[in-house]
Design a protein around this ligand. Sequence first.
Ligand code: NAP
Length: 306
Amino acid sequence: MKKNWTLDDMPDQAGKIVLITGANDGLGFHLTKAFAQKQAQVIMACRNLEKAEKARHEVLKLYPEASLDIVKLDLGDLQSVKACAETVLTHYDRLDIIMCNGGIMAVPYGKTKDNIELHMGVNYYGHFALIGHLMPLIKKTPGARVVTTSSAAEKLGRLDLAHPPRAENYNRWLAYGDSKLAILMLGLMLDEKFKAAGINAKALSAHPGFAKTNLRKTRLETEKNLWQRFQLRFYELISMPAERGILPLLYAATDPSAKGGMYIAVSGIGEIQGHPKVSKAQKRAYDPHLRKSLWEKSEELTNVTF
Ligand SMILES: NC(=O)c1ccc[n+]([C@@H]2O[C@H](COP(=O)([O-])OP(=O)(O)OC[C@H]3O[C@@H](n4cnc5c(N)ncnc54)[C@H](OP(=O)(O)O)[C@@H]3O)[C@@H](O)[C@H]2O)c1
């Protein structure tokens, strides 16, 4: 990997179609801008169409020639995920890149429409189902890439699939960590599946370091615990601008030297700041038994098999 990889190193994306989940805000918004600048056609998959239209307008102000489509997607509702995929399958004949970006962090205990704990439901199972539904387009597009967005919090993940978080023993950071370990594993597992099935596609996972977005701001609005508030403010202080946080994700999605199955993070101490670098996840991510159970559980809960 080139040292100090920046947006200038991102190849031109003319002719490519990129789907970005949660494209209206935070990292997703900056990813949309970057892909627009590099001339890709972007499908902004967002749950709030008004916010999405606003974001689209902002990007068009910068890049009036950009091709930006909006598709409704609520990752916490498997029917919505299916409907989004059906729209994409109907209207596009290729799909070069899927950026699995949308997500929530350390929210109070709750469940998705499908009765799944919120973090796992939105951050992980929603993306699993989306990719599964979009598999026909991935197969049709030579060199397609899927990038899943993990976090340094994957190291907190335990993924005890037999005992998912319950209201009584809920720890919001562990729940977030579980979902970020799972989505990381999805990148790695998917790449293995592509290779085993001889599909000309790659999957990678990446994490943005600490980036200034709404993720912590939203948490601060509801956090009452003083110590947690202090930590969140401190993390905010040491975070990079979102424009830098997207670089590991963009490297994974577009650089010719990025290999399937890689995990891309940032180079600084504690992977908080820095330039894209190849990283290693915690041991559990490479555990074949856990991988198998996670895949089976994902197919069972989403009713999507691939
Ligand atoms: N920022 C960081 O330091 C950091 C660090 C590590 C990992 N990450 C990861 O980066 C990703 C993006 O986070 P961010 O920092 O950009 O946060 P953000 O500013 O809060 O943006 C999150 C995006 O996800 C969307 N989203 C949330 N729930 C959704 C749902 N049910 N269906 C569809 N979209 C949904 C949001 O849509 P609405 O606007 O409608 O809410 C928003 O567009 C997340 O996966 C996060 O875990 C971020």
